[in-house]
Ligand binder design. Structure first.
Ligand code: FES
Length: 147
């Protein structure tokens, strides 16, 4: 049994310890805001926070994070929208929307440690893939959230 905390709640998953965190979140906890894209750590659709850092949950076996704290898009903000989510709305970022929760999680983690990122910082940190090509709006929204 693997125990850790998801969105402030203790979880005990009776699953193979090699199960990727992505599938434990989606299938056992019904937290479907975290998306499956590539399953190979490349696209970032599955990004969540693990002890405050952005990670690609398809690459994290649940057995490796005993005692850790996981946050998903569903709990990024407890009351009103997180400033990054507000910026996403203000700049009308999403097109199909599928990848956006992962990108928002990656951006929120970046701004937590670097509140005023340069273009180079953004390029280095935000490597998520958006098939609709919303990258210019993503960049505007990051600037908006960083204000
Ligand atoms: Fe995890 Fe693509 S689904 S990086």
């Amino acid at each position: 049994m693997t125990r850790f905390t998801v969105n402030g709640q203790p979880v005990h998953y009776r699953m193979d310890p090699e199960t990727p965190l992505l599938w434990a979140l989606r299938d056992a906890s019904n937290l479907t805001g975290t998306k499956y894209g590539c399953g190979a750590g490349l696209c970032g659709a599955c990004t969540v926070h693990l002890d405050g850092a952005a990670v690609r949950s398809c690459q994290v076996p649940i057995g490796s994070i005993e005692g850790s704290f996981v946050t998903t898009i569903e709990a990024l903000s407890r009351d009103r929208s997180h400033p990054v989510q507000q910026a996403w709305v203000a700049e009308s970022v999403p097109q199909c929307g599928y990848c956006q929760s992962g990108i928002i999680m990656a951006v929120a983690a970046m701004l937590e440690k670097n509140p005023n990122p340069s273009d180079a910082d953004i390029d280095a940190e935000i490597t998520n893939i958006c098939r609709c090509g919303t990258y210019p709006r993503i960049r505007r929204a990051i600037r908006h959230a960083a204000r």
